[in-house]
Ligand binder design. Structure first.
Ligand code: PLP
Length: 407
């Protein structure tokens, strides 16, 4: 067990005074939620905002609303390498997961495969879910071009991308509907939480109707949230992060396929906890931009594929290591030295047996390559220049031996 300075892989500082705002938010209830909704609408220029308990609850809500509008279509195209919560939400909504392989260099869809899927299964497909993995912008405008003139809805998975932009437009607003996660380790955290954005009035009406089936937080849930918020405020600091990391029951960083997740409307506590979020987000984004640029520069000579899509202020900096064995060496060094270097999802979705049947691509070489070679480097505001130097030293390659900067 490591006792010294230990970096979390991703973190957004939660000031202790925000926990107090959260408690006040419980008193203010609906007013606090309305304030947060209005701020999110103004920031994103979106007509409609819905607040729920998680990113996966957002996706479930969107899919249920879309089924009301389009009951004959049952397939949802998702990237074959993404958070397991995404197929969990599709299955929970009673729909079929349709996998599309990804391009390991961009982490975005393999667009030749996506075009083929849309041509072959266009009549069955309800929605496509382009995803800004680690904050690397997916080419949502390209997905919209491919689906233009069809009833296929583009759901922008911006779970990891609050505050990011593509060609000047806020991520989350590029699809027909978008969502953010406000979970731990996201750009802004309310312990757990999710935000749905859309400009489409018909969809907003269906979202509103579906949201009526969601429950609220109980008093016990709120106490639990408050304790977790205080823990986030105190223990994400690298001087203390060794403590939660040493507690295996917290299962930090683990992701599971699990369709049994809570479907709740956001509480006043979470909206209160978010008070002042624009300034906090801007401060954290500026640190993430600085570290992202520094990693891009430092890794340039390392056989990097270069920045193929705009990457500003990522949530974690993705890097493909040449060999799975090199990756293991790096991850072990990170554990030993508390460097916050992490692998992401252990398997591509075509190999995730817990997920069960799916359609679309059955063999996803791009996603498999990423699952076996990807590591992420920390870029959050707790990272110092000294930390970056320590991480650089632990990277198992030199300028000639390879390692590819992904974004
Ligand atoms: C890409 C992506 N989509 C969806 C989700 C689901 O968000 P949540 O954990 O808030 O349910 C996550 C969570 O990490 C994610 O990374």
């Amino acid at each position: 067990m490591r006792l010294g300075r230990t970096l979390p892989p991703a973190a957004a500082p939660v000031p202790l005074k925000s926990v107090l705002s959260g408690l006040k938010g419980v008193m203010r209830g609906k007013n606090e939620l309305r304030r947060f909704e209005e701020e999110l609408k103004t920031y994103h220029g979106s007509a409609h905002v819905f607040l729920v308990s998680s990113g996966k609850a957002c996706l479930y809500l969107i899919l249920k609303a879309l089924q009301r509008l389009n009951p004959s279509r049952r397939e949802v195209v998702i990237p074959a390498y993404t958070c397991y919560s995404v197929p969990s939400a599709v299955k929970r909504a009673g729909l079929t997961v349709c996998l599309c392989d990804i391009d390991p260099v961009t982490l975005d869809f393999d667009y030749s495969r996506l075009s083929r899927l849309l041509a072959e299964r266009g009549d069955e497909i309800l929605a496509v879910v382009p995803t800004h993995l680690f904050g690397v912008a997916s080419d949502v405008p390209k997905v919209r071009k491919l689906t233009a003139g069809t009833p296929v809805t583009v759901i922008e998975d911006a779970a990891q991308a609050l505050g990011g932009r593509l060609r000047g437009k806020p991520l989350g607003t590029l699809g027909d509907v978008g969502f953010f996660s406000l979970g731990r380790g996201k750009a802004l955290s309310t312990v757990e939480g999710g935000v749905v954005l859309t400009d489409n009035g018909d969809l907003a009406k269906a979202l509103f109707d579906e949201l009526a089936f969601f429950g609220g937080y109980s008093a016990l849930d709120l106490v639990n949230l408050a304790v977790q918020a205080a823990a986030l405020a105190l223990l994400m600091d690298p001087r203390l992060f060794w403590l939660p990391k040493a507690l295996p029951f917290l299962k930090l960083g683990e992701t599971h396929f699990d369709t049994d997740f809570a479907l709740k409307r956001m509480s006043g506590f979470q909206a209160g906890l978010a008070r002042g979020w624009q300034q906090r987000l801007e401060e954290a984004s500026s640190a993430r931009r600085r570290h992202t640029d520094a990693w891009a520069e430092a890794l340039q000579g390392d056989g990097g594929a270069g920045l193929t899509s705009p990457a500003e202020g990522l949530l974690r900096y993705p890097l493909l290591v040449s060999e799975p064995t090199q990756r293991q060496t790096l991850l072990s060094a990170s554990e030993r030295l508390g460097l916050g270097v992490m692998a992401a999802y252990p398997r591509s979705l075509d190999r995730l047996s817990a997920m069960g049947a799916h359609c679309g691509d059955t063999h996803c070489p791009g996603a498999r390559e990423v699952a076996s070679r990807l590591v992420t480097l920390p870029v959050h505001p707790y990272v110092t220049d000294g930390d970056r130097r320590r991480i650089r030293k632990a990277l198992p390659f030199t300028a000639t031996s390879g390692g590819e900067a992904v974004p």
